[in-house]
Write a protein of this length. Structure first.
Length: 285
């Protein structure tokens, strides 16, 4: 990757954790002649003021060549959604607990900055999942999930592939995960890990009231249909943990796989399996 001419910065919700690093990124980038773009939320969060090379209150998804994240996996997923389909990669400094998706880890600010400003990194292309809502297309880099509401009864959800209903289960919810998301909610559900590069997505249940509910990996070009079987209770639909719409009783929603929608930056030689070992340890003993 060549040296970027403009970068956009996103940080996680606690500004105290990232304030020093943010100012260092701004100083080094603007000093190197790279435009730094930040949205209004970041301006207010960090109390940023005008300086040469720093564009304040702009759309961070516009006119940029690299998304730079100071945060954990939640912030990284937000950035991946923001830049989905644009060809803009996301380079992440881990300021979270696990940082499975981060490009560089805690304590590697110097090396990470050098890589950002020189373009010394590789990119890996990843799929996304998408649904159509009243507000338009909503995408997820990690997962799309269907949750019972806190004040409602246990949900009853069914899912179908190629017009074949494969499951109908009383549960707390259902999760459809990309390979990126397979190490998140899906993993907590006991679903399988999907290595990056696997073409497909996994469907798993949240707290199923069943001894036979099993996760299934769905082929990429086969849409998934999720039906809310309840006669009276709606369920909430989320993308990467953010509520986007309700699913009314007896209504269904199509989840589709989209190839090569997001670009994640990684250091040369990094692999999914190395990340897995470093972040989670051995998966067999």
């Amino acid at each position: 990757m060549s040296k970027p001419r403009a970068i956009s910065i996103l940080t996680h919700q606690n500004p105290d954790d990232t304030a020093v690093a943010l100012r260092r990124v701004v100083e080094d980038a603007t000093g190197a002649g790279v435009e730094v773009r930040v949205g209004e939320e970041e301006v207010e969060k960090h109390g940023l003021t005008e300086r040469e090379g720093l564009s304040l209150g702009v759309d961070p998804a516009a006119e940029t060549e690299l998304g730079v994240v100071l945060g954990g996996d939640g912030t990284i997923l937000r950035a991946l959604r923001m830049f989905a389909g644009s060809g803009v990669p996301v380079f992440s400094f881990n300021f979270g607990a696990i940082g499975f998706l981060s490009t560089v880890d805690h304590g590697e600010l110097e090396d990470g900055l050098r890589r950002v400003l020189s373009g010394d990194f590789e990119t890996v292309s990843m799929p996304a999942l998408a649904i159509e809502t009243h507000d338009g297309t909503r995408r997820a880099a990690g997962d799309i999930s269907f949750h019972r509401r806190p004040d409602a009864r246990v949900a009853e959800l069914a899912y179908s592939v190629e017009d074949e209903q494969l499951g109908r289960v009383r549960c707390d919810g259902l999760v459809a995960s990309t390979p990126v998301g397979s190490t998140g909610y899906n993993l907590a559900n006991g679903g399988p890990l999907l290595a990056w590069g696997v073409e497909g997505f996994v469907v798993s249940f949240i707290a199923p009231h069943s001894l036979t509910a099993r996760a299934v990996v769905v082929a990429p070009d086969t849409p998934l249909h999720v039906l809310n079987c309840s006669d009276r209770d709606g369920v909430d639909v989320t993308t990467d943990g953010r509520r986007v719409c309700p699913l009314a009783p007896r209504d269904d929603l199509e989840v589709r796989f989209e190839h090569d929608k997001i670009l994640l930056a990684q250091t040369p030689g990094s692999t999914f399996y190395r990340r897995l070992r470093e972040k989670f340890g051995r998966i067999a003993y």
